[in-house]
Design a protein around this ligand. Structure first.
Ligand code: ZN
Ligand code: MN
Length: 258
């Protein structure tokens, strides 16, 4: 029997066996989005998938294939849709993809799903997708599906943040392509990080509102890096990963009584 945490690497019989034992399934939600000149477009897929794989080993779960496109990048959290390569879904399309995956997993016996988000803008459309998926399942007579939905970056301790940002944490939105994501990429896929291309045109200085169309002078750094990536390291990525895995696994054990 193949022993992989990645659901798609199993045969249907192996999948069925794990699901009959009530294995929770983690669904990573990603994006194909610019992450500055030093990181690839796949950061928001690589990071939640990497966290999910470690969490799955901890809790005896499986990782479903990540959704590789996300809801539209917003200027104040991801640089916006103007950057070449940022390829996104409309909110309702994204929500319906989440809905369909939850419904089909449920139809095949999965009863515990963790929706693990890796792209800031996905949050509310993901809530909608979960809601629609559960509604469809209830209408199909399946009322015992449980879904835990989360943003992986929220699972970090204060001491870790203080260690990473001695001058104060800039906040999750501005962390786009910055210290946290760059450090986690150095841990998971150092081959995809170009440290010599880290720009220094940040941090962003946005007003507290959105404007459409986006004005020239809105405080968006031309590089697409919203805060500061200097000082990123695989060691810092390891600190973050340890917190993410420990705290997310604890939440799953608590809510799913494992
Ligand atoms: Zn990202
Ligand atoms: Mn993103």
């Amino acid at each position: 029997m193949v022993d992989s945490v990645f659901l798609a690497e199993l045969s249907w019989r192996e999948f069925q066996e794990k699901i009959s034992a009530n294995a929770p399934v983690i669904l990573p939600l990603g994006a194909t989005e610019q992450h500055g000149p030093h990181l690839p477009l796949c950061v928001d897929v690589v990071l939640p998938t990497g966290v999910a794989a470690r969490v799955a080993s901890e809790v005896g779960g499986l990782v479903a294939p990540a959704i590789p496109y996300g809801y539209k990048s917003q200027p104040r959290s991801g640089g916006g849709q103007g950057f070449p390569g940022t390829t996104s879904l409309d909110a309702h399309t994204f929500a319906l993809v989440v809905r369909d995956v939850i419904r089909d997993l449920g139809a095949h016996g999965v009863r515990r799903i963790i929706v693990l988000n890796g792209h800031f803008e996905n949050s509310w459309p993901a809530v909608e997708g979960v809601d629609l998926g559960l509604r469809e399942l209830r209408r199909d007579g399946i009322a015992d599906m449980e879904v835990l939905r989360l943003e992986y970056w929220d699972f970090v301790t204060r001491p870790t943040l203080d260690k990473l940002f001695p001058d104060g944490f800039p906040g999750t939105e501005l962390e786009h392509a910055s210290l946290l994501e760059t450090s986690l990429m150095l841990l998971l896929r150092p081959d995809l990080v170009a440290m010599d291309k880290i720009p220094s045109d940040g941090p962003a200085k946005f007003p507290t509102y959105d404007m459409r169309p986006l004005p020239e002078n809105f405080g968006l750094p031309a590089s697409g890096v919203l805060a500061v990536a200097q000082g990123a390291s695989a060691e810092k990525g390891e600190w973050l990963m340890a917190d993410h895995v420990k705290l997310i696994s604890a939440a799953i054990r608590k809510e799913f009584r494992l």
